[in-house]
Design a protein around this ligand. Structure first.
Ligand code: GDP
Length: 202
């Protein structure tokens, strides 16, 4: 494992994209439906048990959480979306803010989109995918909780998602992931390494 990710530390939470740091430092964002497994993925990627808080109460996280790496670059934990019980006004607020984040955030070097492999490509996931494409933000998809499926079913799902994305003329990379089994962590590190050094994968 690249040791820099293990040294990620929480620096702050921002309620709003306008309150994010105004510097030139590259950041990589993590997004996903609530309960998709984003916090668990962040913890596995940083090899920390509690960097991002795993919750059995979906929809709880409504702040943007910032984690800093030793060189000052950042991992950004965006609020989980799509939780039915969140009031409509809050949903609309975050929809607007997430879109603004993609459009305005020049520091954004890429998005890691986390989807539960058993429920991939829901409407709001497509929304994120399309914002990335529209703003030319590199996109890497984690199909997480892959440990819930057999390897063959997981692989088939991966190919189906890949085909759906290609059919929509979207350029992205994707992989199987499991926070529980710690599968796929090295592949994510390679993506982060590339994006943080200004390279594109596709
Ligand atoms: P978030 O809302 O997207 O941050 O999701 P969490 O990381 O809090 O995870 C939601 C639930 O899914 C929790 O009960 C986790 O323990 C579980 N979970 C997350 N990742 C995995 C995984 O890779 N495998 C399995 N089996 N469960 C997972």
């Amino acid at each position: 494992m690249n040791p820099v990710y293990r040294q990620a530390r929480f620096i702050s939470s921002a309620p709003d994209i306008t309150l994010l740091p105004q510097d030139k430092v590259r950041e990589i964002a993590f997004a996903g439906r609530s309960n998709a497994g984003k916090s668990s993925a962040l913890n596995a990627i940083t090899d920390q048990k509690q960097l991002a808080r795993v919750s059995n109460t979906p929809g709880r996280t409504q702040m943007i959480n910032l984690f800093e790496l030793p060189d000052g670059q950042r991992l950004i934990d965006l609020p989980g979306y799509g939780y039915a019980k969140v009031p409509d006004a809050i949903k609309r607020h975050w929809q607007t803010h997430l879109q603004r984040y993609f459009v305005e955030r020049e520091q954004l070097a890429g998005l890691i989109l986390i989807m539960d492999i058993r429920h991939p490509l829901q409407d709001l996931d497509w929304q994120m995918i399309k914002w990335c494409a529209a703003e030319d933000v590199p996109l890497h998809i984690l199909l997480t909780k892959a440990d819930k499926l057999t390897y063959n079913v997981g692989k088939t799902t991966l190919l189906q998602v890949q085909r759906a994305i290609e059919d929509a003329n979207i350029v992205a990379t994707l992989q199987l992931f499991s926070a529980t089994a710690k599968n796929g962590v090295d592949d994510v590190h390679e993506v982060l390494d590339a994006w943080f050094t200004g390279q594109r994968l596709v």
